[in-house]
Design a protein around this ligand. Structure first.
Ligand code: MG
Length: 326
């Protein structure tokens, strides 16, 4: 519950919108991997615990990439050991290869994510392989994860634009998506890695996927806010039938391997918008904002989220000047 004088979103449900949306929280992984500050393992674990306590059903914890690749997440085992897992919450981790998968499973991970690219250039730059070679390399990783009973999500980067190649053909995204699902991935996350997507592109790509037989219940979306479109694109996807949306608490993070990428969609901004449509997320927005305010102090810079900024002012002033009590 919000303190009495802190304004919360007013809901006016629309019957044309779908049911509950599952927010896939990526802040501890996708957020922190792009922060200059190295956050101690106990603080990372506390962040994960607070996000789960705020009602987020999926909290991506860390990445088992080689520590030299992402020094910010070099303590993956330690963070996994410190997280106090709540029943019903999923704690996925990124795995780049078989070695990463073995480390993740040894740390008790029950959900893993692989990451592919829709474009050739990003595959070569981020994965050091051609796009098809990278996909082939994931086959034994996905098979190994499935054999261990783990859930597998596949991230697809550069679905809507690529900094080196420019436009991305929807057919390229479709072929990568179909191949990842065929090798056994349970679900996909379509990434707008550089934040250039438009709502027209988003709905069009979802149309293409559905026409090709890909059920949208297996498709999540992951938007960045470079052009200020992350929330609009997310809502367009939800209206089109997507029920999993990625977001990062406080809007932290981006992608350190893609020039011109900016921050992730802030979880708070998404929660506010979905609540206004009467769409259930299960998230306690006040608890979430308090967590992001705390993380902003840890990182030494304010949250870029407008909802965090506005609600934090209300929380700090006891609600004075924030409009009517709710
Ligand atoms: Mg991201």
């Amino acid at each position: 519950m919000a303190p009495a004088a802190v304004r919360g979103p007013v809901a006016r449900p629309r019957t044309t919108m779908p049911g509950p949306v599952r927010i896939w929280e990526v802040g501890p992984r996708d957020g922190l991997q792009n922060e200059a500050a190295i956050v101690p393992a106990d603080v990372k674990a506390a962040m994960v615990d607070r996000l789960a306590a705020a009602g987020l059903p999926v909290v991506e914890v860390t990445s088992f990439v080689h520590p030299s690749r992402v020094p910010q997440l070099a303590d993956a085992e330690e963070v996994m050991a410190r997280v106090r897992r709540r029943p019903g919450v999923r704690y996925p981790v990124l795995v780049p290869n078989r070695a990463g998968l073995e480390r993740a499973l040894a740390s008790g991970a029950t959900d893993v994510c692989v990451f592919a690219s829709a474009t050739e250039t990003f595959a070569r730059r981020n994965l050091n392989r051609s796009r098809d070679e990278a996909l082939a390399a994931f086959e034994p990783v996905v098979a190994g994860a499935k054999a261990a009973g783990a859930g597998v999500r596949a991230y697809v980067s550069m679905c809507f634009g690529d900094p080196w190649e420019g436009d991305v053909a929807p057919g390229d995204v479709l072929s990568v998506a179909e191949r990842l699902l065929a090798m056994g991935c349970d679900e996909l996350s379509l990434g707008d890695t550089i934040g250039v997507a438009t709502t027209g592109q988003v709905v069009g790509l979802l149309d293409d996927l559905e026409r090709a037989g890909v059920g949208l219940e297996r498709v999540g979306v992951h938007f960045h806010d470079t052009y200020g479109q992350a929330l609009a694109n997310s809502l367009a996807a939800v209206e089109r039938g997507v029920t999993t949306v990625d977001a990062s608490a406080g809007g932290i993070g981006g992608c350190p391997f893609a020039e011109s990428a900016t921050g992730n969609l802030a979880t708070e901004d998404l929660c506010w918008a979905l609540a206004g449509l009467g769409i259930e997320t299960g998230v306690d927005l006040v608890e979430l904002v308090a967590t992001s305010v705390w993380m902003a102090s840890v990182l030494g810079r304010p949250s870029p989220s407008k909802v965090v900024q506005a609600m934090a002012r209300g929380l700090q002033s006891g609600g004075a000047g924030q409009g009517e009590a709710r």
